[in-house]
Design a protein around this ligand. Structure first.
Ligand code: ADP
Ligand code: MG
Ligand code: ZN
Length: 494
């Protein structure tokens, strides 16, 4: 529908984006995939290397059972079918971070096939993004361009990462917007965290994503020519890069050009993609079966044993939270992003007996502080028992909502239980009529103009009076009692 004069956004709306993602996740094993070197990030370069992972001639790989188990966990958690036999293959290419000259991967017979990941959808039922395959492979090393006296003239190679186990998870082209891609990545990350298959730390490169994207006119069935975008190191970058690339492809087609199948690099500083290389084909890699490794056989017994270790998964837990605790779907989604947060919430809900209050405190206060202080939930000062007790103190009327916020900060800083702080600092809410009556009388006496206004019909001024009493009592007065006392005082003397 190219109509002259139509704005670009109108023309953009005439196209449907089609997106498929390839995600690499490092597995959270103790050792590398084919040797006993440690799988650990952040140590000095080349301190976890041996003849196998450096690729010295004659060194033989030995498969890590732990790595296969974690890969199987990820596969089963994404509803894939683990294959009874998969084959290791050599993927040959030259790059300075790959001394062997090939990467051990899986090609024709990968570990697992055909699964799905559920993503929430704004309009109604959750949707399934289908997975084509999950295969295992070893990571390459890493080039170091910065941080050394010779940087600028030479680059170094760190082989600590060489041979670290990865899974590559490939979707069908089922995603149709940058938001879809973001939702999928969030859901996948939650699954990998729940199963403890990966720590998904993007800064450390534990999770990497390549995005394939094409566009087609709305209503068309055939797929358009795609480009593959690399160098996407956060979910936000994935979404921004896709947005840019979709607009670029549409503009190209609208101006009579054609999309070229190629690999493009995302430049986050410039906010655009630029060509990197023409698309490599599978035959460029000269894949062939790895002669040093037997086929990987996964019998039913092993698969079922692994299935038995799967935790309740994020999508199931989300549904359960919404039902069991009667929470809005949004709350249930936020609270189940990680297992630690979900466990924490459930403990607070149990402790306090008020799930909605527990949800509000966890979402608004706890998650905010965790982010601000960059600490783990398990290391923060407020235990679920402490927070449960705090919610209980509000419910019972022992403390006011305002004091509760201060109390929370104090608990966070000191790690103390709320009861002890309330006692020591005299924070308990004053609900006693006799004690509050005097303050109410003072406030009424000190503000004749406001009193006149109220009595003249400005009933909303009651809020101002409540504020004054709260101020004089350091926020400790029970606002409900204050309200009643004020009404009595102001209405009766009229
Ligand atoms: P390759 O072997 O080049 O990696 P694949 O066929 O395995 O290519 O596909 C890689 C990814 O690209 C998959 O996620 C797939 O869904 C996606 N994809 C394939 N064709 C298209 C297309 N025309 N538009 C968007 N994504 C596509
Ligand atoms: Mg690929
Ligand atoms: Zn090694």
């Amino acid at each position: 529908m190219t109509t002259t004069g139509a704005s670009f956004s109108e023309r953009l709306a005439g196209y449907e984006p089609v997106i498929g993602l390839e995600v690499h996740a490092q597995l959270l094993t103790r050792t590398k995939l084919f040797c006993s070197c440690a799988n650990r990030f952040g140590d000095p370069p080349n301190t976890h290397v041996c003849p196998v992972c450096v690729g010295l001639p004659g060194a033989l790989p030995v498969l890590s059972r732990e790595a296969v188990t974690l890969a199987m966990k990820a596969a089963l958690a994404t509803h894939c079918t683990v294959q009874s036999e998969s084959i290791w293959a050599r993927k040959n290419y030259f790059y300075p971070d790959l001394p062997k000259g090939y990467q051990i991967s899986q090609y024709e017979k990968p570990l697992a096939l055909e699964g799905w990941v559920e993503i929430p959808s704004r309009a109604g039922e959750p949707r399934r993004v289908r997975l084509q395959r999950i295969h295992m492979e070893e990571d390459a090393g890493k080039l170091l361009h910065e941080g050394f006296p010779w940087s600028g003239e030479q680059s170094g190679v760190d082989l600590n990462r060489s041979g670290v186990p990865l899974i590559e998870m490939v979707t069908h082209p089922d995603l149709h917007s940058p938001e879809d891609a973001f939702e999928y990545l969030s859901a996948l990350k939650a699954i990998l965290l729940y199963t403890e298959a990966s720590d998904c730390n993007m800064e450390e490169g534990s999770l990497r994503c390549d995005a394939n994207v094409s566009v087609r006119r709305r209503g068309a069935n055939a797929l358009g020519t795609r480009t593959e975008i690399k160098n996407l190191n956060s979910f936000r970058h994935v979404a921004r890069a896709l947005e840019h690339e979709i607009a670029r492809q549409v503009a190209l087609i609208e101006s009579g050009g054609e999309v070229v199948q190629e690999t493009r690099l995302w430049d986050s500083a410039r906010g655009e993609t630029a060509p990197m290389r023409s698309k490599e084909e599978a035959h460029d890699y000269r894949y062939f079966p790895e002669p040093d490794l037997a086929p990987l056989r996964a019998g039913d017994e092993w698969i079922e044993e692994v299935r038995g270790t799967l935790p309740e998964l994020p999508a199931e837990r989300r549904r359960r939270f919404a039902g069991q605790y009667d929470l809005p779907d949004y709350d249930a989604g936020v609270l189940t992003q990680s297992r630690a947060v979900a466990d924490y919430f459930e403990a607070v809900a149990r402790e306090s007996g008020n799930a909605k209050a527990a949800s509000n405190w966890v979402m608004n206060e706890v998650l905010r502080k965790v982010k601000e202080d960059d600490v783990g939930l398990e290391a923060c000062g407020v235990t679920p028992q402490g927070l449960g007790e705090l919610v209980g103190l509000i419910e019972k009327g022992t403390i006011s909502g305002r004091i509760a916020k201060d109390l929370f900060e104090k608990m966070w800083a000191s790690g103390e239980a709320p009861g002890a702080i309330v006692e020591r600092e005299g924070l308990a809410q004053v609900s006693d009529v006799g004690a509050l009556q005097a303050t109410v009388a003072e406030v009424v006496a000190a503000n004749p103009e406001q009193v006149a206004a109220y009595r003249g019909g400005k009933k909303a001024a009651i809020g101002w009076f409540v504020g004054q009493v709260m101020k004089r009592t350091g926020g400790k007065a029970n606002p409900r009692v204050v309200n009643q006392l004020l009404r009595t005082a102001l209405d009766s003397d009229a």
